[in-house]
Design a protein around this ligand. Structure first.
Ligand SMILES: *Cc1c(COP(=O)(O)O)cnc(C)c1O
Length: 393
């Protein structure tokens, strides 16, 4: 056992300034749909170099909005990765569409553009690439495929706030990009999400979708009964973010680059210590990208270790290290199995799932905690190596 308290895999960083920002809204006239929402949206758009941003009550609601704005409906197929959180494909189901999974690249763990191409049919409407762990996908290839087949790209960048691809900020490249502000993500609003886009038509659809499909813009109305009049033009939802959350988001966003720096520092330390250990594979960054390091996924090679991943996982948890697993491939979930996805094989995603363990990574981790995790992993690996007979330490 250790003299440490439990170290979670991810955690928010809040300071007095954040708390004050929330308190200020509580003392103001607007708790929701007040001035903080617009300010937060403008700040996010400026941070990721996009024209527009629409805040939502969660990243999942934002993805749902993006699927609506993309016109996804019954009969449409949407290609995404199985190595993601269930929300990336659930949003397609919400719209009555059919998620189609394409396997990952064994090096970057991101969706493999060659596999996307194989899955395209005349029903395909969109691609939802996920920037797994914060590393941007092969966006140039993916967007080229999308243009050739007239598909819409909705990037799930829940892990990738602040990341860049070929020098461009994630959030400015795809047709629509989603960021999440759940407490384990880069910045938090408690719950919350946003879609960024450069497309005015999508922007206006997203705004209305977030609030019941209602418009108050007279130029867009079919009728006019008087100054009280508003129009519900399609079926939307109440997916609004509160001003309490938006104010927290504004305050958090100011610290985003600082958070990123610290994440990178911790990753470099992990990498430096693990890079020469043949029982593990450290995460690899592809050329042209700058990851935002949402999570650190270390791969424990099953062929050179004599214990199961479950045992390694339990040993680490018993040492108060809050390891996690990203992800259980979506098609292996009972709900998806029942939909018929149990017949599919995604070998690279399934292989990663057998070997991947996520180590703690968040800005407020101390150097001592990082060092403790490194030493514990080294010790556990050395006691679980496959050794030749008579070669025991
Ligand atoms: C967190 C996350 C989401 C969902 O975001 P919420 O804000 O929790 O709804 C979607 N996709 C990925 C990859 C995520 O990590």
């Amino acid at each position: 056992m250790s003299d440490h308290s439990f170290i979670p895999y991810g955690k928010q960083s809040l300071d007095e300034e954040d708390i004050q920002a929330v308190v200020n809204v509580l003392r103001s006239d607007y708790l929701t749909t007040g001035p903080a929402i617009n300010q937060f949206e403008e700040a996010i758009a400026a941070y990721v170099d996009s024209k527009y941003a629409v805040a939502f009550s969660s990243g999942t609601a934002a993805l749902h909005g993006a699927c609506f704005a993309a016109g996804i409906t019954e009969g449409d197929e949407v290609i995404t990765t199985p190595m993601t959180f269930v929300a990336s494909s659930n949003c397609v189901l919400y719209q009555g569409g059919t998620p189609i999974f394409a396997d990952i690249d064994p090096v970057t763990y991101n969706i493999n553009p060659l596999e996307i191409e194989k899955k395209i049919t005349n029903k395909t409407k969109a691609i939802i690439p996920v920037d797994f762990t914060g590393q941007p996908c092969e966006l140039e290839e993916i967007i080229e495929i999308a243009r050739r087949h007239k598909l819409i790209v909705i990037e799930d960048a829940a892990h990738a706030l602040g990341a860049t691809y070929r020098g461009q900020k994630i959030g400015s490249i795809s047709d629509m990009t989603m960021f999440s502000f759940h407490p384990v993500k880069h910045i938090t609003t408690g719950e919350g999400g946003v879609i960024t886009t450069n497309n005015k038509v999508y922007y206006e659809k997203l705004l209305a979708f977030r609030s019941h499909g209602i418009t108050r813009d007279r130029s867009q109305m079919m009728d006019d009964h008087g100054p009280w009049y508003y129009e519900m033009q399609f079926l939307g939802y109440n997916y609004r973010m509160t001003d309490i959350q938006a104010a927290l988001g504004i305050s958090q966003l100011r610290k985003s680059d600082q958070f990123l720096e610290r994440r990178k520092e911790i990753v470099e330390k992990y990498n430096w210590h693990f890079k020469d250990i043949k029982e593990v594979v450290i995460p690899k960054q592809s050329a042209f990208v700058e990851s935002s390091w949402h999570i650190y996924v270390l791969r424990f090679c099953s062929n050179v270790l004599q214990v199961s991943k479950a045992k390694l996982f339990n040993e680490l948890r018993n040492c108060d290290i809050g390891v996690n697993v990203h992800y259980i491939p979506v098609h292996k979930q009972p709900y998806y199995k029942n939909l018929g996805y149990n017949q599919c094989n995604y070998l690279e995603a399934e292989h990663l799932y057998e070997e991947a363990i996520t180590l703690p990574l968040f800005p407020s981790m101390t150097d001592q905690e990082v060092e403790y995790i490194i030493q514990t992993i080294k010790r556990i690996i050395s006691t679980n190596k496959r050794t030749k007979v008579g070669d025991e330490e």
